[in-house]
Design a protein around this ligand. Sequence first.
Ligand SMILES: Nc1ncnc2c1ncn2[C@@H]1O[C@H](COP(=O)(O)OP(=O)(O)OP(=O)(O)O)[C@@H](O)[C@H]1O
Length: 274
Amino acid sequence: MLMAEQFEKPEIENSSSLLEMKNVTVVRGGKKILDSVSLSINPGEHVAIIGPNGSGKSSLIKTLTKEYHPLAAADGLVLKIMGKETWNVFELRKLLGIVSGELQQTCCRRIGVLDVVLSGFFSSIGIYYNHEVTPEMEARAEEVLDFLEISHLEERPMCELSTGEARRVLIGRALVHDPQALFLDEPANSLDLKALHGFRESVRKIALSGKSVILVTHNLQDVIPEISRVVLIKEGKIFRDGKKEEILTDANLSELFSLPVKVLEKEGYYQAWS
Ligand SMILES: Nc1ncnc2c1ncn2[C@@H]1O[C@H](COP(=O)(O)OP(=O)(O)OP(=O)(O)O)[C@@H](O)[C@H]1O
């Protein structure tokens, strides 16, 4: 992953924090969907944000990507990403590689895999007449496909790929611009066992390469062993935050999901039974 250094990047302040949120409240449809959220994540840290359906996980990501805006009037509001409060949205989205089911649906068109990966340079979906794709960009896209072991898919259209293959291509799109962090929103939904295994191995490789992996999920099975910190979110509030082993307990998960839950750990992976 050396060639990424050749590409122009926005100036990032020398920050000790990848992400700093204090008192972030977001209101949508007359309801607080994030309620005084305070969360700080360091560069290189791998974190799982876990919560039930409707707890505010996607809203948290949308707040980071400036799709949702916090209530400016909140006391002591801080929302800094890589030390900065104000961002050009396109630059920001390049620096935060985001992979979600929503993005996968948007990309499910007759666009070739290589173009989808290249479009990560332009924060677009597909390549258009005004995009200048350089040989260096193509080489970088090929390098990313190779890193993710999906070079054989390069010429296939996205709409013909399996869910697992498409998910990995979107990781490639997110990685092509060498982001500081990879944000995965419900990444393993609808993957079968083999696809799940391949997907986890790719994410583990990225985590070990030094990038932050921020995983947002309701499924404990998605939590790769490299993740050491878990944040539980319930009804738009941070409910627990700490070391994975201390947070993923029967008591915490039962309270989070409002039903009796048993947590099992095996070889660094977790599962919840109810
Ligand atoms: N634009 C919006 N307008 C109105 N309500 C919204 C909006 N976006 C989110 N919400 C509400 O905010 C709450 C949190 O939604 P969010 O999508 O963040 O949950 P989630 O934890 O990602 O859920 P899931 O696991 O089902 O994807 C839900 O009650 C949802 O209906």
